[in-house]
Design a protein around this ligand. Structure first.
Ligand SMILES: [Zn+2]
Length: 164
C-alpha cells in the first residue's frame, strides 16, 4: 500500500483517505441533521458515521466488519465527556468501541440490511433534532425489540444524570 499523503503528521494510504472522506461526508447526516452534543455524546455521531462508512464500503458481505477493542484497553464507557478520557486513547472509545459494539448488535440482528433499515428510520425520526445516549438506546431497543439493556451496559453509561 502506498502512502498517499499525511494526516496529523502520519503518512496514510489511499484507502485510509477514502475512509476518512466517507466518514466526514456521513457527518452531514449524522451530526449535521441528526444532532447530538459533541462534547458529552461524541460517540453517537462518530459511532454512527463509522457504521455508515462501513455500510457504504461493503460489497457482498452481509455482516459488518469491526475491530474488537475490548481486550486492548482499560474498560471505559464510550459516552464519557471528552475531558474524562486521555487524549491518546479517547478515539478508541468514541470511534472504535462504539462502532464495534454497534456493528456486533447489527450483526446479531440481521447484519447489513438491518443496519441500513435502522439508519433510515433513525434519520427520519430524529432529523433536525438533538438526541443523547439514553434516547438512542431507547430507540435501538424499540427498533430491534430488545428486552433489556444488556447489549449496552458493558460500553455505555446509561442514565443521563451521571453525565450532566
Ligand atoms: Zn467523525
Amino acid at each position: 500500500m502506498l502512502a498517499a499523503g499525511s494526516i496529523y503528521g502520519r503518512s496514510v494510504t489511499n484507502e485510509a483517505i477514502k475512509k476518512i472522506v466517507i466518514h466526514e461526508i456521513a457527518h452531514q447526516w449524522f451530526y449535521g441533521i441528526v444532532s447530538n452534543d459533541p462534547y458529552t455524546y461524541a460517540w453517537l455521531d462518530e459511532g454512527i458515521a463509522q457504521i455508515a462508512t462501513s455500510l457504504f464500503r461493503m460489497l457482498n458481505e452481509n455482516e459488518l466488519g469491526y475491530i474488537d477493542f475490548s481486550d486492548k484497553m482499560e474498560q471505559l464507557p464510550s459516552n464519557l465527556p471528552l475531558h474524562e478520557y486521555l487524549n491518546s486513547t479517547q478515539s478508541n472509545y468514541i470511534y472504535g468501541q462504539s462502532h464495534s459494539n454497534l456493528a456486533k448488535i447489527f450483526n446479531q440482528h440481521g447484519g447489513k440490511q438491518t443496519a441500513e433499515d435502522f439508519l433510515s428510520r433513525y434519520f427520519t425520526l430524529y432529523k433536525y433534532k438533538e438526541l443523547d445516549t439514553d434516547e438512542f438506546v431507547r430507540f435501538m431497543k424499540f427498533y430491534l425489540e430488545l428486552r433489556d439493556d444488556s447489549l449496552f451496559e458493558s460500553w455505555l453509561e446509561l442514565g443521563n444524570a451521571k453525565n450532566e
